[in-house]
Write a protein that binds this ligand. Structure first.
Ligand code: ATP
Length: 361
């Protein structure tokens, strides 16, 4: 395998309280974050949350209204995009239809020579192998599938040997199956190159599956930055709890606190929840906690389990590997996962340690 790293350079990114305003609209609102060398870092959030604007600020296509962006500690304000050492891939491949695949990739070298002193032709050959399109240089882009076209766009972005790779929803134009394939390929190429990468998506599943760390954005600000596991299991805000995967959110009043657990009254039902060292609860506190659907257990027989909720099944969606069941409990909607569809009235239980506290007031 060819070493694509031009001299083992390290690249970190720091966003230091950056904001971007367009007239009355604040697209990015005091975002601070750091991306480590070689990290796959994802910005995820709903439409309009400021993901693309943040990426464009990093690339240098836009300049921030306030705050600083640093690469390896070097301030980037005023540095034009072509001098930032970034490779960018957009959602619509943006390949030139009248140029061959090879010419499209070579276009990535219009500002710089290929890294490592190789010829343009050799560089293109290397990149075609890297993105698993060997020998396809003479094709026209339209003779390729959407996923292949997007790999050509990736090869073009990587051609000059950038220090950073920025990807803006590169898979949004593809169907579900191609997206899954391409995300594995992108992740493999990224780890092979060890290139610091910032990825933008609105798809939470994609964010969890591909990233080392994820920043969940909402209304131009950061809700939480953490590993996919932490984002999923320990959401810090109700927004993150709801946005990332299916979830069950409960709000109640703390009745009693003991070591590591609390008794909480939710809709006139007493439940026991685990309390981690991150939260100190007092009697009378209003607490919101979440339980992931896969942590709710359906009991088929009488049980003496602690937390029992008697709920009615509204609908069972058979999804193949799993069935997603929608229920109502005390006018509240619940979701859980089972192997087979359910109907009627069921007893649902959960272990105290599977309740994760999101907020305390
Ligand atoms: P999407 O997934 O829909 O692209 P996003 O999270 O990437 O959304 P941005 O495109 O960054 O969000 O936009 C954030 C906000 O800034 C939106 O309210 C958008 O309308 C606004 N905005 C973005 N670019 C401009 C612009 N050039 N002029 C005015 N407002 C803008």
């Amino acid at each position: 395998v060819v070493d694509y790293d031009d001299g083992g350079t390290m690249t970190t990114i720091e966003l230091d309280t950056i904001s971007k305003r367009y007239g009355e609209t604040t697209a990015v609102d005091e975002i601070s974050l750091q991306v480590s060398d070689g990290e796959f870092f994802t910005l995820v959030g709903p439409s309009g949350c400021g993901k693309t604007t943040t990426l464009r600020l990093i690339a240098g296509f836009e300049s921030q209204t306030s705050g600083a962006i640093r690469f390896d500690g070097r301030e980037m304000t005023g540095v034009p995009p072509e001098e930032r050492g970034v490779g960018v891939v957009f959602q619509n491949y943006a390949l030139f239809p009248h140029m061959t695949v090879a010419k499209n990739i070579a276009y990535g070298l219009r500002f710089t020579d290929p890294p490592g002193g190789v010829s343009v032709g050799d560089r293109v050959t290397e990149l075609l192998e890297l993105v698993d399109l060997p020998g396809m240089g003479d094709r026209d882009p339209e003779a390729l599938s959407g996923g292949q076209q997007q790999r050509v766009a990736l090869a073009r972005a990587l051609a000059p040997g950038p220090d950073l790779l920025l990807l803006d929803e590169p898979m949004s134009a593809l169907d579900a199956q191609l997206r899954e394939q391409l995300r594995v390929q992108i992740k493999q190429i990224q780890s092979e190159l060890g290139i610091t990468t910032v990825y933008v998506t609105h798809d939470q599943e994609e964010a969890l599956s591909i990233s080392d760390r994820v920043a969940v954005l909402n209304g131009g600000g950061v809700e939480q930055i953490a590993t996919p596991q932490t984002i999923y299991r320990e959401p810090q805000t109700p927004f993150v709890a709801n946005f990332i995967g299916d979830n069950n959110l409960f709000t109640g009043t703390v009745e009693q606190v003991a070591a590591g657990t609390a008794r909480v009254s939710v809709a006139q039902t007493v439940v026991h929840i685990g309390v981690s060292a991150d939260h100190s609860l007092t009697t009378g506190d209003r607490v919101t906690f979440c339980i992931r659907p896969e942590q709710l257990q359906v009991q088929t027989q009488e049980t003496t389990a602690t937390n029992q909720l008697v709920a009615s099944v509204v609908e069972s969606e058979f999804l193949g590997e799993t069935t997603r069941v929608h229920l109502t409990w005390k006018k509240q909607e619940l979701r859980l996962r089972t192997t087979d569809p359910l109907a009627g009235e069921v007893t649902v239980t959960f272990a105290p340690e599977h309740a994760h506290i999101v907020t305390v007031n």
